[in-house]
Design a protein around this ligand. Structure first.
Ligand SMILES: [Zn+2]
Length: 89
């Protein structure tokens, strides 16, 4: 059994459940939102590195840095793309 700390009541609860056994609050909310956000980007055909919630802290930090660089890179690309399309019209 994987114990995780509930984001709402701070009690340790079963991490395999969707909702906290103590307060009924939704678990993994932050993580799920992050996944949703990533999937929205991936739907546009851009592959991004996924963060594993079980990964050790330093790995997550490292991946977050890479993802940050990727996002900056994508922002620049989309800026160039919008500039290019505005000159065409
Ligand atoms: Zn709770």
């Amino acid at each position: 059994m994987k114990e995780i700390r509930c984001e709402h009541c701070n009690t340790w609860t079963d991490g395999y459940q969707e909702y906290c056994g103590h307060c009924g609050g939704k678990l993994h909310e932050k993580y799920l939102n992050e996944i949703k956000e990533l999937e929205a980007i991936e739907l546009r055909g851009i592959p991004l590195i996924k963060l594993n919630p079980d990964a050790p802290f330093f790995t997550r930090g490292f991946l977050q840095v890479i993802r940050f660089i990727q996002l900056i890179f994508l922002t620049i690309i989309s800026l160039i793309a919008s500039m290019a399309s505005s000159t065409v019209h």
